[in-house]
Ligand binder design. Structure first.
Ligand code: KG4
Ligand code: ZN
Length: 328
């Protein structure tokens, strides 16, 4: 089954062609980073407008790269939730228009489910059940993936997402938006034991990142000129990575689950990847991580999840709407 997929939930206009949920025939991502960087974060109105300017071209390019026409496509898929509503609506209406005029089925895909499915593109052998840590700019969840379309949330953040804490800390250090990636680079040669951070106390395997963000702000404020930015970046990332790993491994032990996967933009972080690899090896757990190009927002992961949604009978009607908040 060949699926043409779209993703416009935040600041990437993306389209892809994916075969049978696992093979990427083409993937195009038009990033808006430069337009938002001057504001230090995503401006929703600009995001929506830029998606409208780009989507037709991104669509044409992805079909051209796959050397296919609309006649070869079996279904159209799109991220419908969660995200910036004005941004989601652009992809949704474009996909709806295509599905309606070609008579092909329309498949609605949840953004976090798509992030989980990014793993299927890298690990063709991976099948549920497994436990997945989803960490992005807006979400931090530990999810039991029971089958391709059944998810049980074991824990989630009660305030900020991990990506938000990394981005805001990077900004406090004067790094450009989006900060997570720049913090990762800055910390490469730093001493991760130079600074210590408090461990947020939350019941179960839920998270809280707002206190860590405040601790970073206070440390930067108190250190003033004596701040060693490389060491600080390395130490802060290790604190975040340790926290994410601790809760994920605890949830895995509680469930008796021996397969762990990572998903979302933050799982591109080199400290998190290394720490999770080290701990899973020490505990004889199998670890699955998407390759870097599928960690951040893209449409290939939407096409991957859409295959399984379609197989489960989840086909959307013409009244499908975009939802800014929607559980996985
Ligand atoms: O999944 P994603 O692309 O978009 C959302 O759905 O939010 O995640 C974006 C987040 C941002 O917070 C970004 O700074 C973070 O992922 N990120 C990273 C790295 N690359 C992207 N964080 C830490 N290290 C990285 N290498
Ligand atoms: Zn995302």
């Amino acid at each position: 089954m060949i699926i043409l997929a779209f993703e416009t939930s935040c600041d990437e206009t993306a389209a892809a062609v994916v075969q049978d949920g696992r093979t990427v025939r083409s993937s195009v991502v038009a990033s808006q980073i430069d337009a938002h960087a001057v504001f230090g974060g995503v401006v929703p109105e600009i995001a929506g407008r830029m998606h409208m300017q780009c989507i037709a071209q991104v669509h044409r390019e992805t079909l051209a790269q796959a050397k296919l026409t609309l006649d070869d496509i079996d279904a159209v898929a799109v991220t419908h939730a969660p995200g910036l509503v004005g941004a989601l609506l652009v992809g949704l209406n474009f996909a709806k228009g295509l599905a309606y005029t070609t008579g092909k089925p329309l498949i609605a895909v949840h953004h976090l489910r798509a992030h989980v499915a990014a793993n299927y593109l890298t690990h063709r052998e991976l099948e549920p059940p497994f436990l997945c840590l989803i960490a992005s700019g807006g979400h931090t969840h530990i999810v039991h993936v029971q089958d391709h379309t059944t998810f049980a949330v074991m824990g989630k953040t009660r305030d900020d997402a991990a990506g938000e804490a990394l981005d805001k800390t990077a900004r406090m250090l004067g790094l450009p938006y989006p900060g997570g990636m720049h913090l990762d680079k800055l910390g490469e040669g730093g001493d991760p034991k130079a600074y210590t951070f408090p461990r947020p106390k939350v019941d179960g395997v839920d998270f809280s990142f707002s206190g860590l963000k405040t601790a970073a702000r206070n440390a930067i404020h108190n250190a003033q000129c004596a701040m060693r930015n490389e060491d600080f970046a390395a130490s802060f990332q290790l604190a975040v990575a340790n926290y994410l790993c601790d809760n994920t491994l605890r949830a895995a032990a509680e469930l008796g689950c021996r397969k762990i996967a990572l998903a979302g933009g933050v799982c591109a972080n080199s400290v998190l990847r290394a720490e999770m690899q080290r701990r899973c090896a020490a505990n004889q757990l199998d670890l699955f991580m998407p390759e870097l190009r599928w960690c951040g927002d893209n449409a290939a992961m939407v096409g991957a999840q859409a295959f399984y949604e379609h197989r489960a009978g989840n086909v959307a009607g013409k009244t499908l709407n975009a939802l800014p908040n929607y559980p996985i």
